[in-house]
Unconditional design. Structure first.
Length: 380
C-alpha cells in the first residue's frame, strides 16, 4: 500500500521556516519508482549520486564556517535517511529536509515518483510537493446487513476503522408469517440497518472529519441510504461504486473507488480554471502575470496560486517583511534589503502556503499561457 506522509500542516510548517544568520536548508528528493529503482544496487547508486550532488552544492556555496559545518552534519543525517529501508517502505518517493541550526530534520514518504533533486536554499524547496498533500478520504462499504468503514490513516494509507453486522435475516429464510409479511419484515430490518449505518458514518465524521466519501453499495440500496445521510456527510459524498462489499480487501476497495476520487479531482481543477478565467475577464479578484501575483502575495490577498509545471523566473524577496517582487526598487525595507532569486517560484509557493492559500501546478494546460505561466485567485 502506498503511503503519503504529507499533509497541509506539515507543508505549512515547512513553508514558514526561515533559517537565520546565513544558515541554509538542504532539500533532497529521492525517486523510489520500482520501474527505475526497484533493486538495491539501483537505489544505492541513486543515494551516492544524491549525496555527491549535495556535497558539490555545499562546496560551491558562499557560506561561513558555522553554516558549512552545520550543512556537513545535515548531509550525514540525510545520507542515513536515504539508506534506511524502513524510511522508504510503501513510498514511491522520499523528501528529506535538513537544517540543524533550525532544528529541522523532516523525512516525508510520498505516494508518487518525483525526479531526484538536491537543492540548497534559504528555505525548504517545496515545488515538487505541490498538489501532493492528502485529501482526507473515507470509503463506506454497505450491504443489506453489514457496514465497513475505511479511512486514511496518519501514514497516508487507508485502513478499516469500523465495521458492523446487523441481524437481518436472509431473503431465502422461511418464517412463521405469510411469505409477504415475512418479506416486509426483512425490508424493515434492512431499513433499520441503513439508518444505523448512516448514523455510524456521521459519528465517524464527527470523530475524524473527512473531505470526500465514496460508497460501495448496490444500486438497490443507494437511493434510500443517500437520503438517510446527514447533511455534512452528504455534501462530501462523491457517489456510489460497485464492489463485493463483504469480501473485498482494503486495497481492492480503494482501487474500485479510485475513479470517483479521480473524477472529483478533475472537476475541482476545471472549476478552478473556470473561476480564474471569469475573474480575469472581469478584472476582479484575480491576478495574471508574475508582477501582479507577487504583489498580491505580498499583500496576503491570494486564495489560490496557479502556475505551469516547470515555471521559472527571477525575482526578489525581502527577508524582513516577506515582500516579493520582480525588481528590488519596491522593497519596503529598502532596495539593499531585497535578495535576488534565480527562481522566485519557491518563495511564491511558500508565501501562498503561509497565508493558507491553495497551490496548484498545471501540467499540459494552456490556460496560463497568456499570463506568462502564473496567475492567482484573490480573496479581495
Amino acid at each position: 500500500m502506498q503511503v503519503n506522509d504529507l499533509d497541509r500542516e506539515r507543508l505549512r510548517r515547512l513553508a514558514e521556516l526561515r533559517p537565520r544568520n546565513g544558515h541554509k536548508v538542504l532539500s533532497v528528493y529521492m525517486d523510489l519508482d520500482p520501474a527505475s529503482f526497484g533493486t538495491q544496487p539501483a537505489r544505492a547508486a541513486q543515494v551516492s549520486s544524491l549525496v555527491d550532488a549535495a556535497e558539490r552544492r555545499i562546496r560551491a556555496a558562499e557560506l561561513d564556517h558555522d553554516a558549512r559545518c552545520a550543512l556537513k552534519q545535515d548531509l550525514e543525517r540525510v545520507r542515513g535517511a536515504l539508506r534506511d529501508g524502513d524510511s522508504t517502505k510503501g513510498a514511491h518517493a522520499l523528501a528529506v529536509f535538513a537544517s540543524q541550526p533550525s532544528d529541522l530534520f523532516e523525512v516525508l514518504r510520498l505516494p508518487d515518483a518525483v525526479p531526484q533533486t538536491v537543492v540548497l536554499n534559504d528555505t525548504p524547496w517545496l515545488d515538487p510537493l505541490v498538489g501532493r498533500s492528502r485529501t482526507r478520504r473515507c470509503v463506506a462499504l454497505l450491504s443489506r446487513r453489514t457496514l465497513r468503514l475505511l479511512a486514511d490513516g496518519p501514514d497516508g494509507g487507508m485502513h478499516e476503522v469500523a465495521a458492523v453486522a446487523d441481524a437481518v435475516p436472509s431473503q431465502h429464510d422461511k418464517g412463521g408469517l405469510s411469505q409477504a409479511n415475512y418479506e416486509r419484515s426483512i425490508e424493515e430490518e434492512v431499513r433499520k440497518h441503513l439508518e444505523h449505518s448512516a448514523a455510524m458514518l456521521f459519528e465517524q465524521f464527527r470523530r475524524a472529519p473527512f473531505d470526500q466519501l465514496a460508497v460501495g453499495t448496490s444500486a438497490e440500496l443507494w437511493p434510500d441510504f443517500e437520503r438517510m445521510l446527514h447533511d455534512y456527510v452528504c455534501k462530501r459524498t462523491l457517489g456510489r461504486f460497485d464492489v463485493d462489499v463483504e469480501h473485498v480487501n482494503v486495497e481492492q476497495a480503494v482501487a474500485a473507488a479510485r475513479p470517483l476520487f479521480d473524477a472529483a479531482a478533475t472537476r475541482e481543477l476545471e472549476g478552478r480554471l473556470q473561476r480564474l478565467q471569469q475573474a480575469l475577464a472581469q478584472g476582479e479578484r484575480a491576478a495574471g502575470g508574475l508582477p501582479a501575483v507577487l504583489e498580491a502575495l505580498s499583500e496576503r490577498r491570494v486564495e489560490l496560486l496557479l502556475y505551469e509545471a516547470g515555471f521559472s523566473s527571477p525575482g526578489y524577496v525581502c527577508p524582513q517583511s516577506g515582500w516579493l517582487g520582480v525588481g528590488p526598487d519596491a522593497c519596503p525595507s529598502g532596495e539593499d534589503s531585497a535578495q535576488a532569486r534565480d527562481n522566485i517560484l519557491d518563495d511564491a509557493i511558500a508565501a501562498a502556503i503561509v497565508q493558507r492559500a491553495e497551490v496548484c501546478a498545471l501540467v499540459d494546460r494552456p490556460e496560463l499561457g497568456p499570463h506568462g505561466g502564473i496567475a492567482a485567485l484573490l480573496r479581495f
